[in-house]
Every structure is written in structure tokens, then in C-alpha cells.
Ligand binder design. Sequence first.
Ligand SMILES: Cc1cc2nc3c(=O)[nH]c(=O)nc-3n(C[C@H](O)[C@H](O)[C@H](O)COP(=O)(O)OP(=O)(O)OC[C@H]3O[C@@H](n4cnc5c(N)ncnc54)[C@H](O)[C@@H]3O)c2cc1C
Length: 743
Amino acid sequence: MDYGHAVAFGVFITPTNAAPRAPVALARLAEQVGLDLVTFQDHPYQPAFHDTWTLMSYIAAQTERIRIAPNVLNLPLRQPAVLARSAASLDLLSGGRLDLGLGAGAFWDAIEAMGAERLTPGQAVTALEEGIDIIRGIWDTDARGGVRVDGRYHRATGAKRGPRPAHPIPIWLGAYKPRMLALTGRRADGWLPSYAYLQPGRLADGNAAIDEAAASVGRDPREIRRLLNVAPASGTAGWVEQLATLALEDGESVFIVATDDPDVMRLVGDEVAPAVRELVAAERARTGTGTAPVRSAAALAARRAGIAYDDVPAGLAAVEPGDFRFGAVRSNYLRGGDPGIVLEPADAAQVREALAFARRHPSLPLGVRSGGHGVSGRSTNDGGIVVDLRRLDAIDVLDERARRVRVGAGARWTDVAAALGAHGWALSSGDYGGVGVGGLATAGGIGWLAREHGLTIDHVVAAELVLADGTVTRVDADSDPELFWGIRGAGAALGIVTSFEFVVDAVGDIAFAQFAFDASDAAGFLERFGTAVEAAPRILTPNLFIGGRRPGQPRVAQVLSLVDSDDPDEIVAALQPLADIAPLLQQDVRLQRYADVMGNASTEPHRGRGEPVSRSLLVDRLSPGFAADAAVLLDSGATHWFQVRAVGGAVADVAADATPYADRSANFSVIAMGSDDAELDAAWAPLARHATGAYISFESKLDAERLTLAFPTATARRLRVLKARVDPDNVFRDNIDLALLRP
Ligand SMILES: Cc1cc2nc3c(=O)[nH]c(=O)nc-3n(C[C@H](O)[C@H](O)[C@H](O)COP(=O)(O)OP(=O)(O)OC[C@H]3O[C@@H](n4cnc5c(N)ncnc54)[C@H](O)[C@@H]3O)c2cc1C
């Protein structure tokens, strides 16, 4: 039976240490002649051989492309949890080039002499299965808790998981006897025997045993790749025919030639491999045998109802539950998610395709995700579709003199800051580099340079977006000015922005200051902070965090500030009035680049769980009444995180009707995070009375009341008209549901 896998060729090199680098030179040659795989036998009790891991690691560093595998590893002498980490490390270091051949053990006298327990063949198979459980458990960093395997021969009692390999490392078993073949069918990704050890007909028998075992646990036999160690044959034509027959009749798809002869390697690379591939391809074309990768039965079972998975357009990357990468793309920074499919378009045309796919599933939730830091809009979901824009992350300078740049929606602000910093420029975004461009630049963008340079949206001069009906359009002040207005504050409700054009600012070295204050008198402290900020020059933008009461200790407030100056006198003059508002517990001021401040982003995949709970408002002044109500909230226990950010300054230079972000007169943005919606609502209510507006990005519950606060009457009227034109079916309701706006 032909299982339809692509045909690959490898080589089996003797790991001799007589001429220590000889195997390395052969591995490099194998890569040069175009082979796919280089493999090594593993006999740790054999002093004439290199240690297999050390050799493979060295070769990984000396090669670029070729895959590397032990053929096969002696598990009795390899502690499974350590082996799993070694394999994951080598996979990460080599860019995902490791495959793992495993064996139950042979040469037991030598194994026992090395200190391991002698096992019967049956026991060794059981031990191998336990080892596989541990290895896969260590690699499974998406699972919760430690690895627990209570085996007879191998145990793990809560071992930490990780590292996660760079790719799903396949486990191939060197199997000959029924128990090993059955294990291969049930648990492995490949069968790797040596042809010389198989009696005639045993290949077909082995395949049948594996297929039966696979079917017994609901697996598709095509999930198991068939690999074969073969000896070189004399006569190219006959060899080609033999291998092609093995591929077409016995389903063998990876041929590993046992040789240390450079000429044989060249012959395989130059002549045998291309000829076998051609013969196999021709026969498959004639019989209509497909070569598409097989989705495992387990992955198919993980699919969610109501999604036409087979209709994803060709070429559009998609990640499904059950895929290796799913754990890295399912959730957001703060919010847990379990979508049915994550589409990863690479350009605007593919965003259009992804959106069309989503629109063919009108009843499913739709998330549009750039950086996944959304507090409000739902850029991930449960059982729905996510259009993830991470691949649209290009940052291009369009006009050096005008400081005009184009940035893909999927870029992160840390990368934008680094790219602009190289030109002596900066674009005020937010306080955290991990946040995505798309979510922030469609909503507002309250950042470290806000008082001097305004909001991020104030720097947008054009944008490309895909509308609900699939139209790809570029908007600016002249081309569809109303839509251009709308995307600068309510963009998430109007379409999918694929890129923004910004005019950015010239920013040199800046000062970043961190003050810790004794803020025991919380209300007084907030008032004094407000007064100092309002009186401060625009080059100063502070950001205040204040905590709850702590028994026996002063309440601490932390103020982080950016001063856009590299002149020490000017910096001190800007900061001194702020430093005087309360007893200073700690201070740190350093000259650095804006890009350094924004370099604070994690590169780890998002692992958010649950739903964020936050309330926010904009307010003109931190009045005595506001400060008193804030102090009560701080002591209520309903919030674990309370922040006051400075806006005002250049933000207020922009007219209220210039963007949907309308409350331009506010000097402060206030945010509280909690863990219980109702509890936070109750504690927040007194503070909410002071609100003059709202910023949608800091609010986890965008209901009618909050949307109406963010988008006052005149703004709401314009948004309703715009929405009716560009998204009459409310396709983007999961981001911001403008239908909730009160008429
Ligand atoms: C740790 C942290 C720090 C933050 N700091 C700041 C800050 O300093 N200043 C500030 O203003 N905000 C800040 N925020 C809030 C942040 O601006 C918003 O959450 C923003 O929406 C996140 O953008 P994103 O692309 O990362 O999020 P995502 O979760 O990807 O998107 C958020 C929302 O925007 C929509 N969206 C995303 N991309 C697009 C697009 N290309 N076109 C249309 N709609 C899109 C999504 O559908 C979703 O509704 C912070 C958030 C976090 C979690």
C-alpha cells in the first residue's frame, strides 16, 4: 500500500571517532548533495563511537538544512525526561531539524555493563512506551501541571514541562517483533527498520501489523511514516526500480542509505533520489494517489463544529485545534481563548480571503487580532474564527524627509520603536512594547510621549483596510475622509486595517524616571499628583500606579515618567515638582532611547487565561472629590491594579470632532483592574460619576453605557451613519458593537 508520503532520502553514517571529524565531513557532504536526512546509530557502550547526542549537536552546528536523527537511540541508557529536553534543545538550536528514532534496546550485556537494568524484550517494550509518555509530556508545554507517569520502569512525578521543541518532533521506532510493531501503530510517528534484518515478505507483514494496531486506537495508518535503512545496490537503474517499488507497493517513503562512501552519497543525491521521485510521482499521478499531509485522527477529533475546514483557501495559513502551534495562537495576552480556527493571512489579499471565509460562517464569533493585547475587543474567542495579522508586520520608511512611515497592523510597538529609533525618530504608542499596532492605532494610543506629541491616532495620515464586503481600500484626508475619521478611534468596528501610514516625530535620547512615593495619604497624594502634572511642561508624561493599604507599611505609589529631553538641567526642572509631591522612597532617572523603554516586550506566546475585568474613564482634573472616591476604591479590595495616566497637552490640541476619540480636554486616563465584574462595578460607581469621557481600549465591558461615554452624541451619530455604509451587517460586532450605541 502506498501511504502517499513525499519521498525523502537519508544516509546512515558510522559515528566512528577514529578520525573524529570524518562523520561530520560526511554529514556536510550529504547536505551538499541534496539529501534530506543524516542519521547515526547509537551504541553508548561502544568506545569506538562518538556519543550520539554530542555528534548530532556538532553536526547541527556545521550544517544548515539537512535533518538529523538518531537511528535509533538506545532508550535503556537514556533517561527519558533528560532525553526529551536534549531533543527539544537540539531541535530549537537547529531550527527544527531533529527527528527522533528510538529503540527498546539491544546488546543487553553491554547495556547492563553500563549500569542499566537488564530487561526482557517484553519489559523493554513497556519501558519504551513509558519513556515515550514522558518524552511527549515534557514537550507538551500547553498542558497544565507537571508530567506524571507512574510506569514500572520509568517514572515522572511532576517533572516540569519544556522546552517546547521548534517543531513537532516525530518519534520513529526501530521495530521488528509483534509487540514493537503494535506499539509503533498505537503511538509512533514512523516505523524505522533495517531492510537487511527483514525476511522476505516481512515488510508487508510489519506494515499490516502496524496498520491494524493504528486502526485499533482510531488512528489513520497514513499517520505513520514508513522509513527504511537500505544498503547501496550495484547498478543505478535496478536500484531505482527497487526503491520505487518499495515506495509504491510497501509505502516506504524515507530511504536511509547505509554508507560512508562519498561517491555513493553523490550517486544517491544526483541520480538515484531524483529518478525514484520521478518514477513514484508519475505512478501516483496515474493512479491519483494524493500526497497531501495527513491530519491525524486526534487532530481531526479536535475540530470544532460548524467550521468548513476544508474550504480554507489554498495558500492561506491556518492553525486548528490539535495542531502543534495551536497552543501558541489560541489565547491573548490577558484573555484565554479556544477558537475553532486561526487564519494567518500574509497580505491584504489574504486578509480579504480570510474575511470571506469568516463571512461564510456568519453565526460564529469573529476575532481580528494584531498584537493580542486587547482588553476590550474580542480578538480571540471560543469555537469561532480568528483572523490573526501577525504576518503583516513590515515597517517601511516612505519619505525620510517627511518622516513618513508605513507599518503593518501586525507589527508590535517594540519593533516599531527599534526601527524608528535607528533614524532618530519615535512614535508615541503605549507603555508596553508587546502591544500590537492594529488594536492600539485603531483606538487611540496613550503613550509615553502623549503630552508632547499627542495620541498615536493623531499621527495616522493614511491607512489601508479591508471592508466587510471584501473591498480593499486606502483612506486618507482626501480619499474617503469620513472613513479615515472613523478608523482613528473606532477602527475595530469598521473593517480590518492592514497597514497604517504615520508621520512620526524626531526624538533623541530621553530621560526615563521611576519614583516610588509614600502615598499613605492616598487622596491627598492623587490631588497633588494631578496638580503637578497639569503644571508640568509637555515634555513630561507621567504614569502613576498606586496600590492598596498594606498593614504596618506605607502605601506605595510608583510614578514612571518620560521626559523628552537629554539636557540634565531641563530634566531635573521637569521632574523636581513631581518629586516634591510626597516623601520619596526610591528614585531612578536614566538617559536612554525611547526604543529602550519600549524594549520591555516578551517574545513568549500569549498564555492568557480567563477574562480581564477592567474599568476606565477620562477625567479633566483629579479634583478633591475624585481623589476621595479613588481612595475609597483603593481600599475596597475590588481592584488590584489602579493607574492614572497623563493625557492633555498635545492630545488636547486636536479638536474633539477630529477623531472618534472625542474627550480631548481630559488630562487624565484612569484604569482599575479587578477580578470580579460586579464587585468592581460597585466599587467603581462613585468614581464613574466624575468621568468626562472614556477610552475604549482600557475597558473590558463595552456595553451601551460605556460606548456612549466614549462616543458622545455627535460622534455616535457620525459613527452610526458610517457603520451603516461600510458594515451594514455588523460583521465586526465582536470588536466594538456600535449597534449598542444609544440613539
Ligand atoms: C500590557 C498592556 C499594556 C497596554 N498599554 C497601553 C498603553 O500604554 N496605551 C494604550 O493606549 N493602550 C494600552 N493598552 C491597551 C491596548 O492599546 C489595547 O488593548 C489595544 O487594542 C491592543 O492592541 P493589540 O493589537 O495588541 O490587541 P488585539 O487584541 O489584537 O486587538 C484589540 C482590539 O482591536 C481590534 N483590532 C486589532 N487589530 C485590528 C486591525 N488591524 N483592524 C481593526 N481592528 C483591529 C481587535 O479586533 C480587538 O477588538 C495596553 C494593553 C495591555 C494588555
